[in-house]
Design a protein around this ligand. Structure first.
Ligand code: CP
Length: 307
């Protein structure tokens, strides 16, 4: 792989499978059952220009569980971004302070821009409505844990237009032979260029507005939040807010093995009464961000994973 991770195109299928295997071997370290200081002396720059709980904290946990250090950009209001410092200048500083950086930014393309400006590996932690490849690694890990394979019926639901997690995940799953159903209202459908690209690569893709009609055949239901912050007009958001909601009572016809995933945070897409069902995998999914990011950090820093 390239030392940057900007999109899933930066990883071959074999590299993805190897990362997932290494991540699996790191589970005891992620749980704190053993300590493995593979990244002692290395420093991660956590550069979050947009809010984050899971991605930022799991990167930090991954680094610390492996003995490394972390410096955070912190609140934008208390950084020199508030004085008007450009992304380019900010990243040039981080290039000198850190060995690797995770970057989240509201502008699509910002991660590639930063990678072009820096010598250190840049890991795209979400660029606007673009891509979120490190989320895809933990999503793939979660699916592999539950099903042991990827050639499954995967139904992606909600805001597929602005949801960067589904942009990256659909691409990766198609490469591994999954059948994809995109469930969204017309205003929030998967961008046409992504659908075209997936179909041109031979992926089995269909589009629908009906969540419940697609439940019984699903192996994975991947719910997403409507990304209020990306709507240019709040009235447009209100028209689609709350459009898809899953409750325990909706799951009666689901396959026993069907798993429900969500990159989180959720708003009202999944009723808390689903949390206690065996279908709910979203909290485990969030935990899996630690092991997959551990494996990724080792790889881009050239450290062999030996457990
Ligand atoms: N899944 C995800 O990206 O969550 P955060 O926005 O909390 O990082």
């Amino acid at each position: 792989m390239s030392s940057d991770l900007i999109t899933m195109d930066d990883l071959t299928n074999d590299e993805i499978l190897e990362l997932l295997e290494q991540a699996s071997s790191l589970l005891p370290v992620a749980r704190g059952e053993s300590y493995l200081p593979l990244l002692q002396g290395k420093v991660l720059g956590n550069m979050f220009f947009e809010p984050s709980t899971r991605t930022r904290m799991s990167f930090e946990t991954a680094m610390k569980r492996l003995g490394g250090g972390v410096v955070n950009l912190g609140a934008l209001a208390s950084s020199s971004v508030a004085k008007g410092e450009t992304l380019y200048d900010t990243m040039r500083m981080v290039d000198g302070y850190c060995d690797v950086a995770a970057l989240r930014h509201p502008r699509q393309g910002a991660a590639q821009y930063a990678a072009d400006a820096c010598e250190i590996p840049i890991l795209n932690a979400g660029d606007g409505a673009g891509q979120h490849p490190t989320q895809t690694l933990l999503d793939l890990f979660t699916i592999m844990q539950a099903h042991g394979r990827f050639d499954l019926n995967v139904v992606m639901v909600g805001d597929l237009r602005y949801g960067r997690t589904v942009h990256s995940l659909s691409h990766a799953l198609a490469r591994f032979g999954a059948t994809l159903t995109f469930v969204a209202p017309p205003a929030l459908g998967m961008p046409g260029d992504i659908v075209k690209h997936l179909k041109a690569d031979g992926a089995d893709v269909s589009e629908s507005e009906d969540l419940f009609g697609n439940l019984a055949a699903a192996d994975v239901i991947y719910m997403t939040r409507i990304q209020k912050e990306r709507f240019p007009d709040e009235d447009e958001y209100r028209k689609v807010a709350g459009i898809y909601k899953l409750s325990r009572a909706d799951l009666n016809d689901a396959k026993e093995s069907m798993i429900i995933m969500h990159p989180l945070p959720r708003v009202d897409e999944i009723n808390p009464d689903v949390d206690g069902t065996p279908h709910a995998h979203y909290f485990e999914q969030a935990f899996n961000g630690v092991v997959t990011r551990m494996a990724l950090l080792c790889r881009v820093l050239g450290v062999e994973v030996k457990t």
